[in-house]
Design a protein around this ligand. Structure first.
Ligand SMILES: N[C@@H](CCC(=O)N[C@@H](CS)C(=O)NCC(=O)O)C(=O)O
Length: 235
């Protein structure tokens, strides 16, 4: 059997799922290298040579001189161009797709990420900051409202097809439970969740490298929260 082009270093997190969703939706063979946060592999010397930010995900394209791509948005863009999937050739739709991809990378991800950090990592490790929690939870809700408005009367974030904008945004918005951000009353957003919840390839990708039901408010939340708080104690 030939070696797949793409080597993917990732974990079961909101950013980590993005390339998995792309590769499963596009039905592309790849090699998965799970990164252990418990062992802090993302901060090891060998990994920092690939990803100077010490975070996941990262890909290596073995068919392109072992070209390395880090930053999940750049990874999706690279894969979209390499495989000609999920990024329109129409200049306006393409720009809109990239606008919503940037909106996720610059807004939804950082705000929801900090909402999660202050509640799921700082607080259980003895640094409680209610002002920061309120700020990030409220800002996250505001951004989900922006998505909700965008999705009124449309199926996907950009153009008429599922795109890398949807792939980037779904794992964050869909784990609103973990950030304690309410999606009540956001009917268009919830309908978009339903549409992507019904995509078998996306759901298959969300089980990798291993299932994480707690992020979606299922399973043993207490145990998962404990492990999460301990893994990131020193971040
Ligand atoms: N902007 C980066 C953020 C990556 C990121 O924050 N990844 C998290 C998981 S969602 C991570 O690796 N955390 C481990 C750590 O902070 O050490 C991207 O989109 O790739």
């Amino acid at each position: 059997m030939s070696q797949p082009d793409i080597l993917l270093y990732t974990a079961n997190t909101m950013n980590g799922w993005k390339p998995l969703i792309f590769l499963h939706e596009a039905e592309i063979d790849y090699e998965l290298v799970p990164i252990s946060f418990a062992k802090r592999e993302q901060k090891s010397d060998w990994y920092l040579k690939l990803n100077p930010n010490g975070r996941i995900p990262t890909i290596v394209d073995t068919s392109n001189d072992d070209f390395v791509v880090f930053e999940s948005g750049a990874i999706l863009w690279y894969l979209a161009e390499k495989y000609d999937r999920f990024l329109s050739h129409d200049p306006k739709v393409r720009s809109e797709t990239l606008q919503w991809l940037m909106f996720q990378m610059g807004g939804i991800g950082p705000m929801m990420g900090q909402a999660m950090y202050f509640q799921r990592i700082a607080k259980p490790n003895g640094h409680e900051d209610e002002y920061a929690i309120d700020r990030y939870v409220n800002e996250s809700r505001r951004l989900l409202e922006v998505l909700n408005t965008r999705l009124k009367g449309r199926e996907w974030l950009a153009g008429e097809h599922f795109s890398i904008a949807d792939i980037a945004t779904y794992p964050w918005a869909r784990t609103h439970y973990w950030a304690t951000v309410s999606v009540e009353g956001l009917d268009h957003l919830n309908a978009w969740f339903d549409r992507i919840d019904a995509r078998p390839k996306t759901q298959e990708a969300l089980q990798l490298p291993e299932p994480r039901p707690s992020a979606f408010g299922e399973g043993d939340i207490e145990a998962a929260a404990k492990t999460n708080a301990s893994n990131f104690k020193n971040n």
